[in-house]
Ligand binder design. Structure first.
Ligand code: ADP
Ligand code: MG
Length: 616
């Protein structure tokens, strides 16, 4: 502690104004966490300046050098000193904190950076012929001096955190800092498809990232840019979203369940064009996929939320990474309902895209082992030596001597010549054989479909259970002795929702201040931890204004029941049973994946087969 600490000295210290340099360092503590935060601020400044081409150069992951050069409007020499001073900005006039159209508005980034690193700003303003430069070190700067530079601005930051060694210690390896920088650039690239962005390392070599400017007049400029950032495979495995609710519009691309990830690494949200990381939004995304993904899988999505500027506050976080919506419940509902609806609509078509993506991994390598197709889509561990043999059946070895006896289906008399018309009416085709007791091979108008019968049936049972519950209501089970749950201040909110909760099978009544009595619970939950359940729901109501938690718990139980109630792999199915399964899948929403998010079937078109056999 310092010697002004009143507890130590036993006397009161007078209030004094912090020196500008100290105030800047404190602000830097909030805004500048690592090199990537500097890059974010500088690139946002370039975007705000109307740049159409931005080049970013980093040394040692940004630790020794960050340089951002743009072709924007520049800063006139008389304003250069202001640009590096605290609380000086050209972006708002102080009268209106609501109608913010720019990325920046706090006037803190450059002075903050200048207080903890060596900062040089070189700029040639639009309409002027010369460039000027101002340098800041340890928070102090000299007069602008002439420098060579064409129109635009270059900001250079060296020796980040030299003035705050504590921060310096927390920096990660150059590779890790470089990845964080890259992530920032990718997010901004998706927000601004019209801007050309290049990220390089100071010591040369191939750019770490490059995105050419997309013509903003093109309808799919945004998607094209997303494809550049996340790869064309994401585009193949995603569906377009466009929904609106109470003044909020949601659009973008949502990954199919089969394109999910093992971690939440491919989730991108933008609010009024600003990249944000917001727990409420990622929570809503999780809820939207709860039905089609197991808990350890994470959806991939790039989602844009646009609304009137009065419906969102971006000034709640120093780096503006979080936002506050006027109606958080509406936004959550929009995401959950919008995505669920779109996912349910894809139905069977979801799986075909998976096979296209898998084929994409095979196509370039002539001798690529076929098992990769399977490895890619479901199994995160590399193929074991025996894996190839185990997978061989599906690829023409049905009569291999060591294969299990096959339950080959007698083709129906007309089946081989079945006219295309009849087949094309059946997206999943006609079952031809069941192999290894679990996989059905079906022929479609334009290829073949492989079906995992257990996964498929599990989904069907689950959807049927949900429909039953939706129609007949959720059965309740009375507790022998009502359980009293202490909740505290949130009890009132829970009690306001009693009607909704009753609809979900939970009966609660007031029980003195801050407590409720639970009389009945959803029968399907068996014997849950009632206190934990009710507290969770109270938390959720407090956070979000909805009791999705109860519904998702109920769904999770249904999903478990469905899993146990499904045709286990290993059961032989006759032709009729198999075809009935296919027809039911075609009629069921979400049937492209099982409840755990694994695909239920894979579609290979004739063209796919020809590519696999190198006929094309
Ligand atoms: P803010 O972006 O919140 O206004 P900054 O400290 O990031 O605050 O920047 C201060 C000011 O410097 C900006 O308002 C802008 O006028 C000017 N500026 C910063 N970077 C650039 C740039 N690359 N091109 C043109 N002007 C810039
Ligand atoms: Mg700024």
């Amino acid at each position: 502690m310092n010697d002004l600490n009143p507890k130590i000295e036993g006397r009161r210290a007078e209030i004094r104004r912090l020196p500008e340099a100290t105030a800047n360092q404190i602000a830097a503590g909030e805004v500048i966490e690592r090199p990537a935060s500097v890059v974010k601020e500088l690139v946002e400044n370039a975007i705000d300046a109307g740049a159409s081409d931005i080049e970013i150069t980093i040394g040692d992951g940004g630790k020794t050098l960050i340089r951002v050069a743009d072709n924007g409007l520049g800063i006139p020499v008389e304003e250069l000193p202001l640009a590096v001073e605290r609380h000086a900005t050209s972006k708002i006039d102080g009268a209106d904190l609501v109608n913010i159209r720019s990325f920046g508005f706090r006037g803190e980034a450059l002075p903050s950076i200048g207080s903890i690193a060596d900062l040089t700003v070189t700029s040639c303003a639009v309409g002027t012929a010369e460039a000027w430069q101002v340098s800041v070190r340890g928070g102090t700067f000299g007069a602008p001096r002439p420098a060579p530079r064409g129109p635009g601005t270059t900001v250079e930051v060296r020796e980040l955190f030299f003035a705050t060694p504590a921060r310096l210690k927390f920096l990660r390896s150059s590779a890790s800092e470089s990845r964080a920088v890259s992530d920032v650039i990718r997010r901004l690239a998706m927000a601004e498809p019209g801007i050309r962005l290049t990220l390089r390392e100071a010591d040369g070599g191939q750019p770490l990232f490059r995105a050419e400017a997309q013509d903003p007049a093109l309808l799919d400029a945004r998607n094209a840019r997303i494809g550049t950032v996340l790869g064309p495979r994401f585009l193949d495995n995603a569906i377009g979203i466009d929904a609106e609710r109470e003044g909020y519009r949601l659009h973008g691309l949502a990954g199919l369940p089969a394109a999910s990830k093992g971690a939440a690494v491919a989730q991108y949200f933008f609010v009024n064009g600003r990249p944000v990381r917001d727990k409420q939004l990622t929570g809503a995304l999780r809820a939207a996929y709860a039905d089609v993904l197991s808990r350890d899988r994470h959806p991939a999505a790039v989602l844009f939320i646009d609304c009137d500027r009065t419906l969102v506050d971006v000034n709640v976080h120093p780096a503006k990474a979080e936002v506050r919506f006027r109606a958080p419940g509406s936004v959550r509902g929009l995401i959950v309902a919008g995505l669920r609806h779109a996912l349910a609509e894809t139905g069977c078509s979801g799986a075909r895209l998976v096979s296209e993506a898998a084929l994409g991994t095979l196509a370039p390598a002539p001798a690529a082992p076929i098992y990769q197709a399977r490895y890619r889509r479901s199994d995160p561990t590399p193929a074991s030596p025996g894996f190839r043999e185990a997978e061989a059946w599906a690829w023409g070895h049905v009569d291999a001597p060591n294969a299990e006896p096959q339950a080959l289906v007698e083709p129906e008399p007309t089946a081989p010549e079945q006219p295309d018309g009849a087949l094309s009416a059946l997206p999943l085709g006609v079952a031809r054989a069941q192999v290894h007791g679990n996989y059905i091979i079906a022929q479609t108008a334009e290829g073949i479909v492989l079906i995992d019968q257990h996964a498929a049936h599990e989904r069907l049972v689950y959807e049927a259970l949900k429909t039953q519950i939706g129609a007949a209501g959720i059965a309740r089970q009375a507790l022998l002795i009502p359980e009293i749950v202490e909740i505290g201040a949130d009890a009132d909110r829970l009690l306001e929702a009693t009607e909704d909760l009753a609809g979900l099978g939970l009966i609660v009544e007031p029980f003195g201040p801050g407590a409720v009595a639970v009389r009945e619970i959803p029968a399907i939950l068996g014997q849950p931890d009632v206190t934990g359940l009710v507290r969770d729901i109270a938390d959720e109501l407090a956070d979000l204004g909805t009791a999705d938690g109860l519904k998702s718990r109920i769904d999770a139980v249904l999903s478990r029941i469905a899993c146990h109630g499904s045709v286990r792999s290993g059961r032989r199915l006759g032709a009729e049973e198999m075809n009935a399964l296919l027809r039911e899948m075609e009629a069921t929403p979400n049937s492209a994946t099982c409840n755990h998010g694994r695909p239920t079937h894979i579609h290979l078109s004739l063209a796919d087969l020809e590519r696999l056999f190198e006929r094309r």
